[in-house]
Every structure is written in structure tokens, then in C-alpha cells.
Design a protein around this ligand. Structure first.
Ligand code: AHG
Ligand code: MN
Ligand code: MN
Length: 332
């Protein structure tokens, strides 16, 4: 049998490559791995434990919150509070950032979407967790500026997918590695080393029900995909759609629509971390014109149109946007 490399061993091995590393980032990644295992357990038994369904409240973006959203949010916050390596967190489910006074001198902040794909929770379809880690820019108690950094400043990012198996995929800016949760020993084990996205993809993934609300550029792009007989796949959980895109190639897009001229997906804890992964695997991630990772952020919950995946397909959609001069703000 091949030797299993666990996530903890892998992180430890990588840390040794950086002679001055203090181990704080490694500790943080390990704690996120622990939170992921607990969330995975809860997701797996959700149908038995009365934790599916709505929580009768809305989040900062006015969206209805599910019980599992809150459970995952609370778990992540408490794991990160206990870790001592993180001076504050920001979450989709929290109106503003949460400072951690007991670790106010820690170097890092973490932003996350605790549970992505809420509409799929009750129907046993893949959902996920997305996280981004930044080195803070303030001193003392953390400030909003620590969280509003450009995506290029991410020190690490990743996601967990609770699918037919649970996987954790992360990058520290030196390639992308994927780990599968081996339930019997309760460990994430390296299963997908050095993931590379296929350069040429043939799968497109978007909410096609919005076709009439897209600009002409996106409509033309969809037409070209059908002309080329490209496959269409849409799960409705960004993590799952991006994971498939990463492994099989293609494009995931959530463009601007008439109703949502800013797009739907959130820059800081959905698009930036996944853009970092996609770029590190050799793909592209843009808002149709600019790299996602270079977009300026002014608010924790800001949204952006997003196009990410194999270079050929991201370039194809950008060409249609440019040809029709239908950028994000010009949908009629
Ligand atoms: P969340 O569950 O964290 O609110 O995210 C839902 C997002 C994302 O996962 C997915 O890609 C998108 O919403 C789907 O939106 P549509 O239902 O509009 O297609
Ligand atoms: Mn989400
Ligand atoms: Mn969510």
C-alpha cells in the first residue's frame, strides 16, 4: 500500500521549506481542517439530527439562512477563536467582522463562506465551505482594513466540498493540492497532488434560467457553446461547480443580470479564494475585464460578476463581452 500523507503531515513538510516560518499559518490551516471534519460530520447526519431547513432569519445580504449555515458559521468561529493564530474573522453570515480579543496580536485574519450552496442542503447535493487567509495590515485589535485587502494579497485560500466524498483543496501560492477525508481514520489524506486545470475546457456552467436577463455578450457566448456542442452542467453550489471545473476543465460563470447588475457572488469570501485556487492551477478568473484578484474591495459583502476556469473558455467569454461592448454595467 502507498504511504498515506495526511493533511497535517503535508502542512508540516511544507512548513520546513520556509526556514523562518513560525508555524502560525500551519496551525491555522490545521484548525481549518479540524473545523472541516466537524462540519462534514454534521452535514452527513443532517437528515437525522433535525438540522436541515431554514433558521427563520436573513443574513447581511438579505438571504434566508439555513440551520446548517449557522452551525457551520459557529463551528468555524469557535475553532478559529481556539486556534490563537487568527486575530479576527469575517463571514457571509456576520454583518461585520468579528475581532478575537484573546488573539489580538496574532498575524492573520480569515474570511469565509461557512456553507456554500445553501439551496442544496435539503436535497443531498454537494455543498461546501470556502476560506481566505490574509496577513493583517493593522496592529492591536484588527480593523476593517485587514479584511478589505486585494485578492492578490491572500496568503492561502481553499475550500472543502461535502460531496460523494469530503475533500479539502488549498493553496498557499505554490500550486494546489487536494485531500480526501478518509472517514475510517478521520484524516484528510493527499489524493490530488499538484492539481492542474485542463487548459482546454468544453463544459460551461451558469444559471441558464437567467438567459433573457444576461447582456448580449453572455447570450452570444452561450450560443457559441451550444454551436460547439459543449456540455452544460450546473449544480448551483459554487464550490461544487468550481471543483468540477478545476478537475475536468470548462468555465463557471455568474455574470451580471438585469436584476443583479453587480452579479450575485461575493468577492471577498467566494470569488477571491476560488480565483486564487483556479489561477494557481493554471486557469483564469476575471470579472469579464479584470483579474478577480486585483479588484478593489470597499465592503465585506460586495458582489462581482465572475468568470473562472480553463483559459480557452474564459478568453472566449471575454471576447464576446468585448465584441458586443456589454460589460457588467451596460446590460439593457
Ligand atoms: P450561498 O449558499 O453561500 O449563499 O451561495 C449560493 C451561491 C453559490 O453557491 C451558487 O453558485 C449560487 O449561489 C447559485 O445561485 P443561483 O441559484 O442564482 O443560480
Ligand atoms: Mn456561497
Ligand atoms: Mn453560504
Amino acid at each position: 500500500m502507498n504511504k498515506l500523507i495526511t493533511l497535517d503531515e503535508f502542512i508540516w513538510q511544507k512548513q520546513k521549506d520556509f526556514p523562518f516560518a513560525t508555524g502560525e499559518l500551519s496551525g491555522l490551516l490545521r484548525d481549518l481542517g479540524l473545523a472541516a471534519k466537524i462540519i462534514s460530520r454534521e452535514v452527513n447526519r443532517a437528515g437525522l439530527a433535525n438540522i436541515i431547513g431554514g433558521a427563520d432569519q436573513e443574513n447581511a445580504s438579505g438571504e434566508s439562512v439555513q440551520k446548517l449555515d449557522l452551525l457551520a458559521d459557529n463551528l468555524l468561529i469557535s475553532c478559529l477563536k481556539n486556534s490563537g493564530e487568527c486575530c479576527g474573522v469575517a463571514s457571509e453570515e456576520q454583518d461585520s467582522f468579528v475581532a478575537i480579543p484573546s488573539s489580538k496580536n496574532a498575524k492573520y485574519v480569515v474570511l469565509f463562506d461557512p456553507l456554500d450552496g445553501s439551496s442544496n442542503i435539503d436535497v443531498n447535493v454537494s455543498i461546501g465551505t470556502i476560506f481566505a487567509i490574509y496577513r493583517r495590515v493593522s496592529e492591536g485589535e484588527c480593523t476593517l482594513q485587514d479584511f478589505l485587502q486585494d485578492g492578490v494579497e491572500q496568503v492561502a485560500s481553499g475550500y472543502v466540498i461535502y460531496g460523494s466524498s469530503t475533500m479539502l483543496v488549498y493553496t498557499t501560492g505554490n500550486g494546489v493540492n487536494g485531500f480526501t477525508l478518509e472517514q475510517s481514520i478521520g484524516e484528510f489524506c493527499l489524493s490530488h497532488p499538484n492539481i492542474q486545470i485542463p487548459r482546454e475546457g468544453k463544459i460551461y456552467s451558469l444559471n441558464a434560467s437567467q438567459y433573457k436577463n444576461f447582456g448580449l455578450g453572455i447570450q452570444n457566448f452561450v450560443e457559441e457553446c451550444t454551436d460547439l456542442n459543449y456540455n452544460f452542467r450546473y449544480i448551483g453550489s459554487m464550490v461544487a461547480d468550481v471543483h468540477r471545473t478545476l478537475i475536468k476543465g470548462g468555465i463557471f460563470l455568474y455574470p451580471a443580470t438585469k436584476k443583479r447588475p453587480e452579479g450575485k457572488l461575493r468577492l471577498l469570501y467566494e470569488c477571491n479564494p476560488l480565483a486564487f485556487i483556479i489561477e494557481q492551477a493554471g486557469g483564469l478568473a476575471t470579472n469579464g475585464q479584470q483579474r478577480i484578484l486585483e479588484l478593489e474591495s470597499t465592503q465585506l459583502h460586495q458582489r462581482t460578476p465572475v468568470f473562472m476556469g480553463s483559459p480557452n473558455m474564459v478568453e472566449m467569454v471575454e471576447k464576446h463581452l468585448a465584441d458586443t461592448n456589454t460589460t457588467t454595467s451596460t446590460i439593457k
